[in-house]
Design a protein. Structure first.
Length: 310
C-alpha cells in the first residue's frame, strides 16, 4: 500500500482511497507513539516549499516535518520577495527549482488548478498545499485523522460542515476524503456560500447522504462533528457580498447549548470571528490538537511519497 504513494503527486483528496488513507493514519499513530522514529529518514533529499499565498500552519508543519526527516528545505513563504513579483511564471519557477535538484515540491497558490499544472511540469512529486478555493488535500487528511482519533472511527458519524463552503478549499477536500466513509453530512451555510455543485455531484455519485441547511440550530443536536470554517474574505469577488454574510455564524457556548456532550469541533484555522475563544476550554474543542496532528501526518506523507520507509 505504501507503494501506492511512492513518487506520486498529492493534488486532490479525490485521488485517495479509504485503504490508502487508513494505511497513512496507522503510520501516523505509530509515529505519535514512537516520536523520533522517522528522524533523518529522508536525509539528503531536497524539498522546495513554494508558497505564493500566506500560511502559518501549513508552511511551518511542512518545514518542520522536512527538517525532522533530515531533508534540506528551499523555497519561499512570501512570493513578494522573489522574481514572481517581476512577473516570472509558475512554469519557470518550477523548472528552475528542478534544476537545483529538488526531490519534491509543496505548492500553495491562489489560482485553482495551480498544483495540477505544476505536477504536469515537474518530474518529481508535487504536494498541493492549497490551490485557490479548490482543494487542500493534506489538510483533509489531517482533519480525517483527527476525527478518527477523537472517535476511534469515522463510519457512522454525523458531520456538520459550517461556514464558507463555496470558497473554502478545506471544506471541499474534506468532503472528498469523507466520501470514502459511511457518514451523514450537513452543509450549513448561507445560500451564497453553499457547497459547490461539483462537490455535491461527487458526493451523490458516491451515494453519501448530505443535506443543506442555513441554520446551525436546526442540526446541532444531532451532530458528532462540527467542522467550522472561516469566510474567505479574500476570495469573495464582491466586497458587499462579504459584508452581507460576515458575522452570520458564531459558534459560541449559546450556539452549542443543544449539542451532544460528545460533540467535537474542528477548524482548519485561522479563525476570525466564527468560533468564539470561549469554546476553547470545553471538551468540544479539538482544533488545536487537530492543528498539531498536521506535523506527524506530513512527516509520514513525505516518507511515503519519497519512498524513505519500506
Ligand atoms: C486554511 C487554508 O489555507 O485553506 N488554512 C490552513 O491551511 N489550515 C483555511 C483558511 O485559510 O481559512
Amino acid at each position: 500500500m505504501i507503494a501506492d504513494f511512492k513518487g506520486r503527486d498529492v493534488v486532490s483528496a479525490k485521488d485517495f482511497k479509504r485503504a490508502q488513507l487508513e494505511e497513512l493514519f496507522r503510520a501516523v499513530d505509530d509515529l505519535e507513539k514512537h516520536h523520533g522514529s522517522l528522524e533523518g529518514a529522508l536525509k539528503g533529499k531536497l524539498v522546495a516549499l513554494l508558497f505564493f499565498e500566506p500560511s502559518t500552519r501549513t508552511y511551518s508543519t511542512f518545514q518542520i516535518a522536512a527538517r525532522n526527516l533530515g531533508m534540506k528545505v528551499s523555497g519561499f513563504s512570501d512570493a513578494g520577495g522573489t522574481s514572481v513579483s517581476k512577473g516570472e511564471t509558475l512554469h519557470d519557477t518550477i523548472r528552475m527549482f528542478e534544476g537545483y535538484g529538488t526531490d519534491c515540491f509543496v505548492i500553495r497558490h491562489k489560482r485553482m488548478g495551480a498544483a495540477r499544472f505544476a505536477a504536469k511540469i515537474a518530474d518529481v512529486p508535487v504536494i498541493n498545499a492549497g490551490d485557490g478555493s479548490r482543494e487542500h488535500p493534506t489538510q483533509a487528511m489531517t482533519d480525517l485523522y483527527s476525527i478518527r482519533k477523537a472517535f476511534g472511527r469515522i463510519d457512522g458519524l454525523k458531520v456538520g460542515i459550517l461556514g464558507d463552503l463555496r470558497y473554502g478549499r478545506t471544506a471541499s477536500s474534506l468532503v472528498y476524503a469523507l466520501s470514502n466513509y459511511d457518514v451523514e453530512i450537513s452543509f450549513i451555510a448561507p445560500e451564497s456560500l453553499q457547497i459547490r455543485p461539483e462537490v455535491e455531484h461527487f458526493l451523490n455519485e458516491r451515494g453519501v447522504t448530505a443535506k443543506k441547511e442555513t441554520e446551525l440550530d436546526k442540526v446541532i443536536g444531532g451532530l458528532d462533528v462540527l467542522y467550522v470554517t472561516r469566510i474567505q474574505k479574500e476570495r469573495i469577488p464582491d466586497p458587499t457580498d462579504f459584508e452581507r454574510v460576515r458575522g452570520k455564524y458564531e459558534v459560541n457556548l449559546e450556539a452549542l447549548k443543544d449539542a451532544k456532550p460528545s460533540l467535537k469541533i474542528l477548524h482548519p484555522l485561522p479563525r476570525v470571528d466564527e468560533l468564539s475563544p470561549d469554546v476553547d476550554a470545553t471538551n468540544y474543542a479539538r482544533y488545536f490538537t487537530q492543528a498539531a496532528a498536521g506535523l506527524p501526518l506530513r512527516m509520514v506523507l513525505f516518507t511515503y511519497v519519497l519512498g524513505g520507509v519500506s
